[in-house]
Design a protein around this ligand. Structure first.
Ligand SMILES: Cc1cc2nc3c(=O)[nH]c(=O)nc-3n(C[C@H](O)[C@H](O)[C@H](O)COP(=O)(O)OP(=O)(O)OC[C@H]3O[C@@H](n4cnc5c(N)ncnc54)[C@H](O)[C@@H]3O)c2cc1C
Length: 326
């Protein structure tokens, strides 16, 4: 027989862990899909080696994976909470709307849930260097190549810095670095694409002497084990001890698409203030939601809003059933 739950939470990263905790604390009968190894590998949180913008996380290594484990261990240690949460270490591959809510498939097993909270996140688009994204990884793992100015902008203080991207957004990251941190030198590298920055951005880049190079990046200079020195272009080397990648996101919205959920022009999920999509009962929280900061504390807040809203709806319905019986 297909197991049936009040709530299915898909993803256990930044957003999912708070949805799981809130659901357990609210005593919702929940099934939680943490994702298989492949899903974990393509999720953003595994790139987060340290967090310096959230109190309580400064000393944690791999803080988001750490807090995910902590939440699951805490729930497992309390019978009154663990009784309510079933954990599945698999990815959901199929979802359908049914009369009783949703039917979900993971590793050949079918589950049913009245409500769903999708927390599958996004992934940063990586720059290609000579046709491969591999050269980036050792430097990204060291924290020389960065992705989030709100999280890591301060790590460039006193350092030469390149911004890899061709859009107005890439231009704004370079300008923000200059205005906030006064880096000794900043470059924009559009890596073989024409720079598409707006007139305003071009004028400001000129004002701050931030040069834009459109040549393809041919290699990364430095030692992947110890430090980055910069980027090799055909005619010259660009000195950069740090770099920001600003190329947009791959949004893990495949399950939302299966249901016909409304997306914005950047393929992020459109929701109301309580994180419910246009498909009633289907909620999205975290990085894949349209118009929200891609941050852990934002993901946490959205998760609480969504789960509390679902809790309110379930309680209203149960209360109504009780009153109807009277
Ligand atoms: C390099 C870097 C540094 C960062 N530093 C900071 C920082 O300092 N401070 C900060 O606030 N934020 C930081 N962030 C942002 C932060 O990582 C994200 O905001 C946060 O992880 C978003 O949480 P999420 O749940 O939306 O996505 P994720 O944390 O990426 O989690 C997605 C989850 O979904 C699961 N999944 C995917 N598909 C499926 C499926 N089909 N079925 C089941 N499970 C699935 C994956 O296994 C994963 O667990 C940083 C990001 C990067 C890349």
């Amino acid at each position: 027989m297909t197991a049936s739950y009040d709530l299915a939470i898909i993803g256990g990263g930044g957003a999912g862990q708070m949805a799981i905790l809130r659901a357990a604390l609210n005593q919702l009968n929940s099934v939680v899909f943490l994702g298989d190894a492949k899903a974990k590998k393509r999720s953003r949180h595994i790139w987060v080696h340290n967090v310096e913008n959230i109190p309580g996380m400064f000393d944690l290594k791999n803080p988001i994976s750490h807090t995910e484990k902590e939440v699951l261990n805490f729930i497992a240690s309390r019978n009154e909470l663990s009784d309510k949460v079933k954990t599945v270490k698999q990815s959901v591959t199929k979802i359908q709307k049914i009369e009783a809510g949703f039917s979900l498939e993971a590793a050949g097993t079918t589950y049913q849930a009245r409500y769903v909270v999708l927390c599958t996140g996004t992934m940063d688009v990586q720059p290609h260097i000579q046709g491969s994204i591999e050269p980036v990884f050792p430097y990204a793992n060291r924290g020389d190549i960065l992705y989030c100015i709100r999280c890591d902008g301060h790590k460039t203080i006193g350092k030469t810095c390149a911004v890899i991207g061709h859009s107005t957004s890439a231009g704004w990251v370079a300008l923000t670095l200059k205005e906030r941190y006064q880096n000794p030198k900043i470059y924009v590298l559009s890596n073989g694409r024409p720079f598409e920055g707006s007139m305003e951005v071009r004028e400001l880049l000129d004002l701050y002497n931030i040069e834009v190079f459109e040549d393809p990046i041919l290699g990364i200079n430095g030692d992947p084990k110890s430090h980055m020195e910069g980027f090799q272009l055909a005619e010259q080397s660009i000195a950069a001890e740090r770099a920001f990648v600003v190329l947009g996101s791959i949004v893990h919205n495949d399950l939302a698409r299966q249901l016909g959920v409304e997306l914005d022009e950047r393929e992020h999920i459109l929701t109301n203030a309580k994180c419910e999509s246009n498909v009633p009962g289907f909620y999205a929280v975290g990085d894949l939601v349209s118009g929200k900061k891609k941050q852990v504390y934002t993901a946490w807040d959205m998760a609480v809003d969504a789960v509390d809203d679902i809790d309110g709806k379930l309680r209203t319905q149960r209360r109504k059933e009780l009153l109807d019986k009277k």
